[in-house]
Design a protein around this ligand. Structure first.
Ligand SMILES: [Zn+2]
Length: 347
């Protein structure tokens, strides 16, 4: 009998202690989720009931949640309308139209919007991976993150003390051939649009280099590099950058699959950088929180061994493995869950 790798779902015979952590031990600020068009599409408003989602999240001890989206102007207004009555609970971090980078007035445009954002109480700016992976300039080329045309985004964020939450690149596997050696083989078979192996794309290493250049050249700007500093597969690399750049923070959104398979390394990393790691999940407002949150709490709070990094039915979205808890002490948990976010965003 030959089983297709996509159908291979072995029953786990291991018997070890298990903890069912339905709700976080301390109140949590999730700084990375999506309630708008970036992931839910233009008709996002029809896809969930704001009050119902917010009520359900409170059951998991989520005290506030950041909504990251590429919205501005009317898009931002529509977003706020959808969140009406809950804007203090679901905190929207907007962006600007950086596809205008070739326009002569781009620096002034960014300056004006960031100033307005600051005055209106916006807590952070969202920038996305499209900056280097989708967007092309007027000559038809992809644009480097450290291209001087993007510079106003980073400079103005520093000028107005608006932290930037940025998703740069993607996991290393997405930049390597989809074959028998790729750890995310079945994920990438299902999502060919996430494969960036063509010659026209920047490589994974180029992304890391661009990331470092931007952080290094804007020491007065606070960067929260999403998804474990773009490099959950190699915490040594993230550690080295965080040592060098005090303005660099990370979130752990959608990467407990990576950090949870290296629990010894991850725990040391969390203990060392406990003041600069922020809790995030990549939760989408139309998804079931039961799939997202409990594995994060179990990973951070317990010493449980060999468990799923995402509840059913998305057990093996990223790789065919399970994860281990890192049993963080209460004092560190409190920082990662909320205290760091309160400090960084001035909540
Ligand atoms: Zn995200």
């Amino acid at each position: 009998m030959i089983v297709d790798i996509k159908d291979y779902q072995p029953t786990d015979m291991l018997r070890v202690e298990e903890h069912d952590v339905r709700s976080a031990k301390f109140p949590v600020i999730d700084i990375h989720s999506h309630w708008g068009p970036i992931l839910l599409g233009k008709d996002f408003a029809s896809k969930y009931d704001t009050g119902a989602v917010a009520d359900s999240l409170r059951n998991y001890n989520i005290s506030k949640i950041f909504n990251l989206d590429l919205v501005w102007d009317e898009g931002l207004e529509q977003m706020q309308q959808k969140l009406e009555g809950y804007q203090d609970y679901v905190i929207t971090c907007p962006s600007v139209d950086y596809s205008r980078l070739d326009e002569p007035g781009f620096p002034e445009y960014v300056d004006e919007y960031f100033r307005k954002y600051k005055e209106s109480g916006i807590k952070a700016i969202k920038l996305w991976k499209d900056m280097t992976l989708y967007l092309k300039d007027k000559s038809g080329s992809f644009v480097r993150l450290d291209d001087r045309r993007y510079d106003p985004l980073f400079t103005c964020a520093g000028k107005y003390s608006l932290p930037i939450i940025i998703h740069i690149g993607d996991p290393h596997c997405l930049f390597t051939p989809v074959d028998a050696h790729n750890e995310y083989y079945d994920l990438l078979c299902d999502h060919p649009e996430w494969v960036f192996t063509g010659d026209e794309y920047f490589t994974f290493d180029e992304h890391m280099e661009m990331q470092e250049n931007v952080i290094a050249s804007h020491p007065d700007t606070t960067f929260i590099i999403a998804h474990v500093g773009s490099c959950g597969e190699d915490l040594g690399r993230v550690d080295a950058m965080m040592d060098k750049y005090p303005n660099m923070y990370i979130d752990i959104a959608a990467r407990i699959s990576e950090i949870g398979r290296q629990p010894y390394t991850a725990r040391k990393f969390f203990m060392k950088h406990q003041d600069r790691i922020l809790f995030g999940t990549d939760f989408e407002a139309n998804q079931d929180p039961a799939i997202f949150y409990p594995p994060y709490f179990r990973f951070l709070e317990t010493w449980d061994e060999y468990f799923d990094y995402m509840g059913a039915p998305r057990n093996h979205d990223y790789g065919h493995w399970k994860i281990y808890g890192i049993g963080l002490p209460d004092e560190v948990l409190r920082k990662v869950y909320s205290e760091n976010a309160v400090r960084v965003f001035g909540l």
